[in-house]
Design a protein around this ligand. Structure first.
Ligand code: GRF
Length: 189
């Protein structure tokens, strides 16, 4: 029965919710076996608990943005123990490096709210607005050692409208994200 997914997230988990919705509606043949977060109070963990999905907190040893090597090792072990075949970063705000990448070669995905390679990094919809771009979008890609680099799996654009605010543009991109992430996972199974 379907691919076994592990999710890493730092925030609200709306992308994970979209993956769960696709599984529930029968359009994605997969199962989420574990959800891990670097923030113990992240809503993504609450969503997972409500569904009876195993959760865990990644101990980043007090580092604000780094993902320490020991924490990556522990994360890899937890994912493996949960039988995870594909790791999905869903709003996970730390850079994944070795040893986690080595534990899941070509099996870690990320979703990023821009038309990569344009506007990597944080709040990319604001970057697109500030640059006066005519369109924005969203990209699902394999994770490598760079920040929002790595081979692209799926990408789609949305227009930037004259009266867009950061909030209205982000909302339009999120609708797209929620459709694109399950579709990209489906492509890999
Ligand atoms: C999304 O905008 C995603 O593209 C970015 O972080 C946000 C996560 O949102 N990487 P959520 O936690 O899935 O709601």
């Amino acid at each position: 029965m379907g691919m076994v997914l592990g999710i890493l997230g730092s925030g609200s988990g709306s992308n994970m919710q979209a993956i769960l919705d696709a599984i529930d509606s029968g359009t994605l043949d997969a199962r989420i076996s574990i959800v891990l977060s670097d923030h113990s109070d992240a809503f993504i963990l609450e969503r997972a608990r409500q569904r009876g999905i195993a959760t865990g907190v990644i101990d980043c040893r007090g580092f604000k943005t780094r993902f320490p090597e020991e924490a990556q090792q522990e994360t890899a072990m937890q994912l493996k123990a949960a039988g995870v075949e594909l790791v999905c970063l869903a709003g996970f705000l730390r850079l994944v490096k070795r040893p986690l990448l080595d534990a899941f070669p070509q099996r870690i995905l990320n979703i990023h709210p821009s038309l990569l390679p344009a506007f990597p990094g944080l709040e990319s919809w604001k970057q697109a607005l500030a640059a006066g771009a005519s369109e924005a979008g969203c990209t699902v890609h394999f994770v490598d050692e760079g920040m929002d680099t790595g081979p692209i799996i799926l990408q789609e654009s949305v227009p930037i409208l004259a009266d867009d605010t950061a909030e209205s543009l982000h909302a339009r991109i999120q609708v797209l994200e929620h459709r694109l992430y399950p579709a990209a996972i489906r492509n890999l199974s």
